[in-house]
Design a protein around this ligand. Structure first.
Ligand SMILES: Cc1cc2nc3c(=O)[nH]c(=O)nc-3n(C[C@H](O)[C@H](O)[C@H](O)COP(=O)(O)O)c2cc1C
Length: 243
C-alpha cells in the first residue's frame, strides 16, 4: 500500500476489542521494534494480553477501553534526544501496524506509569506508551465524543512552514505527510523553515511531548518527500539523498 494511503488510514483509536495480538501480529510488530532499536537509541517492549497501565484511568481524554496490548517506550536519561527518537521509532511501528490492519493510539499522559510492568532502570526514563490492537470497523458514539475533545483537523501547510522561495514539490509532498501526523492533543507544534536551500524542523520545548511530536513529524516528512531524511536534534537539517 502507498505510504500516503497508510498515513490517511491511521487515526487514533481508543476502544479496542480486548483480544491479545495473534502470534503472527506479534512477530510483525516485533520485527519493526528490533530493527528500530538498532537504529535509534531507544528501548521498546511490546506487552501482549496485558492492560495493567489502563486500570483505573478515568479522565475523558484518555478514556480507553478494551486495550489488551501496548508498547512501552523508554531509554537512557542522558540521551538528549530521547523524546524525539521515541517519536521516530514509535511512528515507524504505528505506520507498519496500520499497514497490517491494526489500530493504535499514542498515550503520553492518560495511563498509570506506576502500574507499568516493564523494569525501568534508575538511569532510564519511561517516556510513553502506544496502545495497539484490533478495533471495530466503525467508531462508537462514545469514541467519537472522546475524539472530539482533541479535534482532528490539520493546520494548513502555510502555517507550518516558512520559506524564502516558492516551495519545491518534494517539500510540499513532505508537508502533506506531516499534515497527517499525530501530535499530543493535536497541537501540531513542529515548525519547518526552508532558507538558503536548507530545510530545518524545530519545536519550542524539546523536553516536553513536543519532542515526541518532532520525531513523529520528521518520520512523516521523510517518507512523504522521498528525498532523504532529517538529522536527529531540535532544529536539525534535512539531508538530501540520491535516490
Ligand atoms: C506524544 C503524544 C501523546 C499523546 N497522548 C495521548 C493521551 O495521553 N491520551 C489520548 O487519548 N491521546 C493521546 N494522544 C493522541 C492525540 O490526541 C492524537 O494523535 C491527536 O488528537 C490527533 O488525532 P489523530 O491521531 O486521530 O490524527 C497523544 C498523541 C501524541 C503524539
Amino acid at each position: 500500500m502507498d505510504i500516503l494511503e497508510i498515513m490517511k488510514r491511521r487515526t487514533s483509536r481508543r476502544s479496542y476489542n480486548n483480544k491479545p495480538l495473534t502470534d503472527e501480529q506479534v512477530k510483525q510488530i516485533n520485527e519493526v521494534i528490533e530493527y528500530g532499536m538498532n537504529k535509534y537509541n531507544v528501548k521498546a517492549e511490546l506487552l501482549v494480553g496485558n492492560d495493567d497501565v489502563f486500570k483505573g484511568f478515568t479522565s475523558s481524554y484518555g478514556m480507553f477501553s478494551g486495550v489488551n496490548n501496548y508498547i512501552v517506550f523508554y531509554g537512557k536519561v542522558d540521551n538528549q534526544n530521547l523524546n524525539e527518537e521515541v517519536g521516530m521509532l514509535g511512528e515507524e511501528i504505528i505506520l507498519r501496524a496500520t499497514e497490517i490492519g491494526l489500530s493504535t493510539c499514542w498515550v503520553g499522559g492518560t495511563y498509570s506509569k506506576k502500574l507499568c510492568p516493564v523494569k525501568i532502570d534508575d538511569d532510564e526514563n519511561l517516556v510513553c506508551i502506544v496502545a495497539i490492537g484490533e478495533t471495530k470497523e466503525n467508531t462508537s458514539f462514545r469514541e467519537k465524543f472522546i475524539k472530539g475533545l482533541s479535534k482532528r483537523h490539520s493546520k494548513s501547510i502555510d502555517l507550518m512552514i516558512t520559506s524564502d522561495v516558492e516551495l519545491p514539490d518534494w517539500i510540499i509532498n513532505g508537508m502533506k505527510a506531516v499534515q497527517l501526523a499525530p501530535s499530543a492533543v493535536n497541537r501540531q507544534p513542529v515548525k519547518f523553515v526552508y532558507k538558503d536551500n536548507v530545510l530545518r524542523a524545530s519545536v519550542d520545548d524539546i523536553n516536553s511531548y513536543q519532542g515526541i511530536d518532532l520525531g513523529i513529524a520528521k518520520i512523516h516528512f521523510n517518507l512523504g518527500s522521498n528525498k532523504g531524511s532529517f538529522k536527529i536534534g531540535n532544529n536539525a537539517e534535512f539531508i538530501e539523498e540520491l535516490i
